[in-house]
Design a protein around this ligand. Structure first.
Ligand SMILES: C[S@@+](CC[C@H](N)C(=O)[O-])C[C@H]1O[C@@H](n2cnc3c(N)ncnc32)[C@H](O)[C@@H]1O
Length: 273
């Protein structure tokens, strides 16, 4: 079968579930990341069971990154699986914010709270070569993935801790930067979410109780009381529907709190110091 024929098959099998542009994108990611090919319509590939199985999983809304086993973030591929959030482009903007704000300082100590694939600490370590970088997550399984990514991408230079942010943590260490993309989606927001997120991504990574949607930000502030240096900064991704509530919370403890918009114009990040 040629790649042009495979594209035809993708289109006919997936047109019930995805629009034309999405199918084109899925197809390109599939041939590049799963088959390690670039698109040449006349290139001949073996038809194999994997392809059929993969297309039927796409029909069931399985994320393409779970089929290829990897996701591109900032400037690297990261291994992903059912225990880790697929890194999002919004989080790349959080990295960019730190990169531009701290350009002049290479020897920072940084900790990422709720690290998932480890995309944040690994990318920061690549940008700040001399930084001392740590990360925590409650999920053993996510930490296995994060450690594999650290080994593959930067030869394992991150200190990982299995910790519950909702409990008291004491690492006996202070940091220049605390960064987090914590769970922040309220259960009530589920109805506007795609099936491929709801059915396949870990709910532990995504959801918080409707009645206490800022719980993780409260715990990040508690963590910062013990672990942030006097001149240190906190950077978090936030729920775009709760920017002012989140800002008010941080303003109870910090004098310089800024909401920052993402590329789509939504308040998606906060910095505090
Ligand atoms: C929104 S995901 C972010 C993952 C990754 N940092 C990223 O940006 O792609 C939140 C992460 O927090 C972790 N998490 C959830 N509850 C936690 C808790 N109580 N303590 C520590 N980590 C937790 C999840 O396992 C998940 O990896």
């Amino acid at each position: 079968m040629t790649l042009a024929e495979l594209k035809q098959i993708f289109t006919s099998k997936l047109e019930q579930c995805y629009d034309k542009d999405e199918i084109e994108q899925l197809f390109l990611i599939y041939i590049e990341d799963k088959l390690n090919l670039t698109y040449n319509p006349s290139f001949i590939i073996e038809n194999n069971d994997d392809i059929e199985k993969d297309i039927s999983q796409l029909q069931e809304n399985k994320p393409i990154q779970h089929i290829t086993g990897k996701a591109f973030f900032y400037d690297n591929f990261f291994k992903v699986n059912e225990f880790t959030l697929i890194p999002r482009p919004e989080t790349e903007e959080l990295i960019e914010l730190i990169r531009t704000n701290h350009l002049e300082n290479d020897s920072l100590s940084i900790i990422d709270l709720g690290t998932g694939t480890g995309c944040i600490p690994i990318t920061l370590k690549k940008l700040f070569h001399n930084a001392d970088v740590s990360a925590i997550d409650i999920s053993k399984e996510a930490l296995i993935v994060a450690k594999t990514n650290a080994e593959n991408i930067i030869n394992n230079e991150i200190s990982f801790y299995e910790k519950d942010l909702l409990k008291d943590i004491n690492l006996n260490k202070k940091f220049d930067i605390i960064i987090s993309n914590p769970p922040y989606i309220r259960e009530l927001e589920k109805q506007e979410m795609h099936k491929n997120v709801l059915d396949f991504e870990p709910h532990l990574a995504l959801f918080v109780d409707n009645n206490d949607p800022l719980i993780f930000y409260k715990r990040i502030i508690e963590f910062a009381k013990k672990h942030l240096k006097n001149q240190g900064f906190i950077y978090c991704e936030i729920n775009q529907y709760l920017p002012y509530e989140t800002k008010e919370l941080f303003e109870e403890y910090y004098s310089n709190v800024k909401l920052i918009k993402d590329i789509s114009g939504n308040y998606r990040m906060i910095s505090a110091n």
